[in-house]
Design a protein around this ligand. Sequence first.
Ligand code: EPZ
Length: 418
Amino acid sequence: MQKLLINGKKELFGKISISGSKNATLPILAASILSNKIKLKNIPLVKDIFTMIELLKSIGLKITILKKKNILNIRNIDQNIKTVAPYKLVKTMRAGVLVLGPLLARYKTAKISLPGGCAIGTRPVDLHLFALKKLGAKIRIKNGYIIAEAKSGLKGTKITFPNISVGATENAILAAFKAKGKTILNNCAIEPEIQNLILFLNNLGGNIKIIGRKIIIPNCKNIKKDVTHKVIFDRIELGTYMIAAALIGKKVKFKNVDTRIVKNDIQLLKKMGIKMISKKSSIEIFKSKNIKKINIETRPYPGFATDLQAQLMVLMTQAKGISKIKENIFENRFMHVPELKRMGANIKISNKTAIIKGPTKLTGAEVMATDLRASVSLVLAALIADNRTIINRIYHLDRGYEYLEKKLKNCKARIKRI
Ligand code: EPZ
């Protein structure tokens, strides 16, 4: 198993280019089932994307990857389509469940493995199934699979989600896209990744509108056969590296970003005393001395992203005083805490809130990654820790961070994969 070896305390200096968003690419890949010929640009070449590509190929789509240019060409010639998402693929990449909506929309039937849980929580799909049933799908669970049918097609309707869910919102949009009549979804997730999915679907011929947390999806009569789409940048990757720069950056510049999308993250870091210049499509972060404590809770967008919680916690270990971070989205997303404590962090947890006392000196240790974002918080801690840190199970990192070592090495970090 590969490991990462990091020698800490080396200031970061240089530029980091942000990749396309994994969490926008995944639903857009699922949506490509609905069309015939798609070209996707700015694709992040990370493990989860390759798993989704494998799933789409097993369904029967033809996909070519132009790795050098981060471009995917996808064709659906409607031959030998298998409307199945097998356990072996969905268990490693939960977002495989997102093919359920488009398969039902186009082929009126689907057999999708239940994704099962992961390190951060049980990850149920009840809200996905709730929405699809409202759209007229007949759904039953058998031998760990979701068996879904919509013999006479799906029918548009009004749906109010009892709780906000990114994946369930995406699955409902994808199913409603070809349903008869109009669908109105209330209490939706409106993450930038969902907004990018909607932009893609509207490029396909849709006329989807977002008003607050309401999403209106008229039936798309004729889906364009040949569409090109550039995937939005990854705001979680950007937030991760902004925090790295806040922790130990001398001067780090981020380009090809849209700072309107991350304006709340920018405000948050400024409130913590981080020095930066942010323009429309670039951000520059400078060495910041007195990092201020802060209290924050994770919330659906535009609230503070749960996917940045572990990373911000590392910054809080360097803030003067007591900081608090409450995790409202997932039931078990503090797996990074014991590992950070082994590196010297002073963190206590009491009912979903982490209480972090800073500033504390971190020292290198051998640690273990558990989920994608917990893993990267260990990388951040290692960058500021004394001497050497070894991070095990870094396959978690490879699921969502493209060229992580290369990007950090380009900014002078002492990091290598062994
Ligand atoms: C998406 O997961 C992201 N994944 C996650 O990023 C992200 O953490 C999460 O949204 C929240 O922002 C992708 O986009 C591929 P949810 P998703 O449905 O859709 C509960 C990463 O690191 N829930 O918004 O699975 C659920 O258990 C990943 O890139 C139900 O109860 O998240 C959770 O507590 C990790 N029933 C909460 O809702 C359901 O049917 C939010 O989950 C669905 C979800």
